[in-house]
Design a protein around this ligand. Structure first.
Ligand code: FAD
Ligand code: NAD
Length: 475
């Protein structure tokens, strides 16, 4: 890293909330020469979410898909402050953010407020529970790193309890029944990974139990993976059938209890399904801080799905002081990593343009001030011309709007098979199978932000092939 310049009083302050896909892509691409930048996020690392289900079953190690936020910021021209804290509120009128240190260890100060000129708001979303009883208490989520770790602990606990001497047959079947709620890509990918774990590892580690492990995927809609083409949905359904993963569509989870889930079946009857553990992958909802932020602008922020932004990602109603991106926004794009990272990179470029525009504005103001002074006729003419030309350049200055370029949708479905809907010049290509799986692997490997992560993930794949997953779970 080169020499880092300190924060400077004359520079505009950008405060970035979040260290996920949107914020990290923004920080990666941002030229900090003209800005003082502060990042605030409750986690001081970036998490590569597409490979989280692989971590849950031990195919990959936890550390392989994390990248410290300071790894990105330490290479910047100007010192970027990274604060591990959770933003509690944004005051739109006074342009301030209040945040707290809610980690286990705290100093004598654990809450404060910072002013901003520009706020880059990328706090993502949280798991949607629809207020369904028992979800928070009894289910595992699959969104953050600790969700994958909790999943590992519970899953192994179910296996060991099933192996406990004297366990009844009925209880063994209950403990070994894994229910995944939500047939979106998260639920499908986790079910596929779980199946691989069962086939490739558990059969040799728990031979007496492996044959009795059952995976059920419950989806309220008529089909899983609605964002994929019909052919790939059918392919996934038939692969799951071969893999003995039960898919229950048009079935809605109404309650989760300690030892069962309550289901509303397609015929509207209510059924109780015993199970050892439940993974809840039923989609996203906005965080409270986002709802509170939107509530400050009732006339402009009326979309219940999230923050309304314009084509340059300015939050409507904030006069260009707040830019929102990623899962916390309601736009025409799906809430995906692909969208959030393109938005982050775009916003960084737009800030570079904004810095040029601000420099032009300063030039115009300086020249106008000079003109106001009594000058020699020749100088007056020359300054007038310069001011006119700077004004024209400023009038022409337009920050280009964001355009999304869809690179395709990929998902791993287990048994060394993946599905891909890829845009082509003359339409699209829907492909599924083992070759697509290698494409899936290489696509994610190249998307990982650092060489270190790429090396660790590739090494983990080799490690899993040679030694299996089980050791990783005890690491
Ligand atoms: P996030 O990446 O969630 O980042 C939000 C950040 O804000 C986090 O750092 C969080 O700690 C921080 N934060 C939270 N609260 C606060 C607060 N109060 N103050 C400050 N910071 C805060 N998308 C794809 O395109 N392809 C895939 O293959 C894919 N696979 C996925 C697999 C899984 C298991 C999951 C869960 C999601 C997957 N997604 C995928 C979706 C993708 O992860 C999200 O769309 C993406 O993370 C959105 O980026 P974001 O920056 O908006 O939010
Ligand atoms: P999702 O919103 O895509 O799917 C959730 C599913 O849960 C829905 O189909 C919904 O009908 C179902 N559901 C909700 N409540 C239910 C209930 N009570 N009972 C039964 N089913 C219920 O959520 P996700 O899979 O977490 O994905 C979130 C976002 O992240 C999406 O935009 C997705 O595209 C993206 N993502 C992409 C990938 C990928 O590209 N491979 C992987 C994971 C996530």
């Amino acid at each position: 890293p080169g020499p880092q310049l300190p924060h400077e009083a004359g520079k505009k302050n950008i405060v970035v909330l979040g260290s996920g896909w949107g914020a990290t892509a923004f920080l990666n691409a941002l030229d900090t020469t003209e800005y003082n930048v502060t990042v605030i996020s409750p986690r001081n690392y970036f998490l590569f979410t597409p490979l989280l289900p692989s971590v849950a079953v031990g195919t990959l190690s936890t550390r392989s898909i994390l990248q410290p936020t300071r790894y990105v910021t330490r290479h910047k021209t100007r010192n970027v402050k990274v604060i591990e804290a959770e933003a509690q509120s944004v005051d739109v009128a006074n342009k301030t953010v209040s945040f707290i240190d809610n980690s286990d260890i705290q100093g004598s100060v654990s809450s404060t407020t910072l002013p901003y000129d520009y706020l880059v708001y990328a706090v993502g979303a949280e798991t949607q529970t629809f207020g369904i009883p028992g979800v928070q208490e009894h289910a595992c989520f699959m969104k953050e790193l600790n969700d994958a770790e909790k999943f590992q602990r519970r899953f192994l606990d179910c296996l060991e309890s099933a192996a406990f001497p004297g366990q009844s047959e009925e209880e063994i079947d209950r403990l070994l029944h894994m229910v995944v709620v939500g047939g979106g890509p998260t639920g499908v990918e986790l079910s596929g990974e779980l199946h691989d774990f069962l086939e490739e590892d558990l059969k040799s580690w728990y031979p007496e139990l492996a044959g009795r492990i059952k995976i059920t995927l419950v989806e309220a809609l008529p089909s899983v993976l609605p964002m994929f083409s019909k052919r790939l949905i059918d392919y996934t359904m038939s692969t799951f059938k071969e893999s003995k993963i039960d898919i229950m569509t048009q079935t809605m989870v109404k309650e989760i209890k300690e030892r069962s889930v309550t289901l509303a079946m397609p015929d509207k009857s209510i059924s109780e399904m015993p199970c050892g553990m439940v993974v809840w992958a039923a989609g996203n909802r906005n965080r409270k801080i986002t709802q509170d932020l939107m509530a400050q602008l009732p006339a402009d922020q009326t979309n219940k799905r999230g923050i309304t932004i314009d084509e340059s990602m300015q939050m409507k109603g904030t006069n260009g002081s707040i830019f929102a991106l990623g899962d916390c926004t309601a736009s025409s794009h799906a809430p995906t990593a692909q969208v959030a990272s393109q938005q982050g990179a775009y916003l960084a470029r737009a800030f570079a343009q904004r810095a040029k525009r601000d420099a032009l504005q300063t030039q115009v103001t300086d020249l106008e001030n000079t003109l106001a002074m009594t000058l020699h006729d020749d100088t007056q003419k020359q300054v007038k011309e310069e001011a006119e030309s700077a004004r024209r350049a400023l009038a022409k200055f337009k920050i280009r709007p964001f355009t999304y370029s869809h690179q395709g949708t990929l998902a791993y479905i287990g048994s060394d098979k993946a599905i891909a809907d890829l845009p082509l010049l003359n339409g699209s290509l829907a492909s599924g199978g083992v070759l697509t799986y290698y494409f899936w692997r290489s696509a994610y490997l190249s998307t990982l932000f650092s060489l270190r992560n790429r090396t660790l993930v590739a090494t983990d794949w080799v490690r899993t092939k040679i030694f299996g997953r089980f050791y990783a779970l005890f690491a």
